[in-house]
Design a protein around this ligand. Structure first.
Ligand code: CA
Ligand code: CA
Length: 206
């Protein structure tokens, strides 16, 4: 066994142990991520929090590409709650939505962070109120094929009178493929500087 191979194996072991520790926490997967604000969840209310992503050229392929993580969810009656992920593309067009959970947890009090990906092994129907990684009620594959650019909204509904709650923040993680940009625009695409570069170019010409 060569030294180089040993080094590669050691690196792989580190990566594996990092994934293992992530999986025991609340996992966020994907190369494109965004963070959204927390909200109070008032009794009998609907609350939304939106993450706007500007990643032009990034597309969701086939597979379990969407992870949603709700951080610090707290409520005094879990079954009151329903939560949805809604996507509206930049420039308009029909929205797409999926239900993350609804009518789960009985009268228990959720108190933790909850990650959702359709590839996770535990259904949200078997919720642990302390949080964890769960497959959502609705399939997140409904987002496959969309261009990432747009508004990603977490909608949380408190549907039953008495009891309320809050969450601290939320994250989205998207595992993407890229459409092929023109040569020279590749590096600018990811950093979101394409528009600025265009402005600079026009100024030089003027
Ligand atoms: Ca409900
Ligand atoms: Ca309520």
């Amino acid at each position: 066994m060569t030294a180089s191979l040993l080094r590669r194996l050691a690196t792989a072991a580190v990566v594996l142990s990092a994934s293992a520790s992530l999986a025991s926490a609340q996992t966020l997967l994907g190369d494109v991520t965004g963070n959204g604000s927390g909200r109070a969840i008032a009794d009998l209310s609907t609350t939304t929090s939106t993450i706007t992503l500007a990643n032009a050229g990034f597309v969701l392929g086939a597979g379990n590409n969407v992870t949603v993580r709700i951080n610090g969810l707290s409520h005094t009656f879990m079954n009151d709650l329903a939560a949805f992920l809604v996507y509206t593309p930049t420039g308009g067009g029909p929205s797409i939505e999926a239900v993350l959970f609804d009518n789960v947890g009985g009268n228990g009090d959720p108190h933790g962070s909850f990650s959702f990906n359709s590839g996770f092994g535990t259904s949200i129907g078997s919720i642990n109120l302390a949080g964890g990684d769960f497959a959502p009620l609705g399939s997140l594959a409904v987002f496959n094929g969309v261009s990432v650019a747009g508004d990603w909204t977490l909608r949380v509904e408190d549907q039953v009178g008495a009891d309320a709650g809050s969450y601290q923040s939320w994250d989205i993680g998207l595992a993407t493929t890229t459409t092929t940009p023109e040569p020279g625009t590749w590096a600018l695409m990811g950093s979101g500087l394409l528009g600025l570069a265009g402005v600079a170019h026009r100024r030089r010409k003027a």
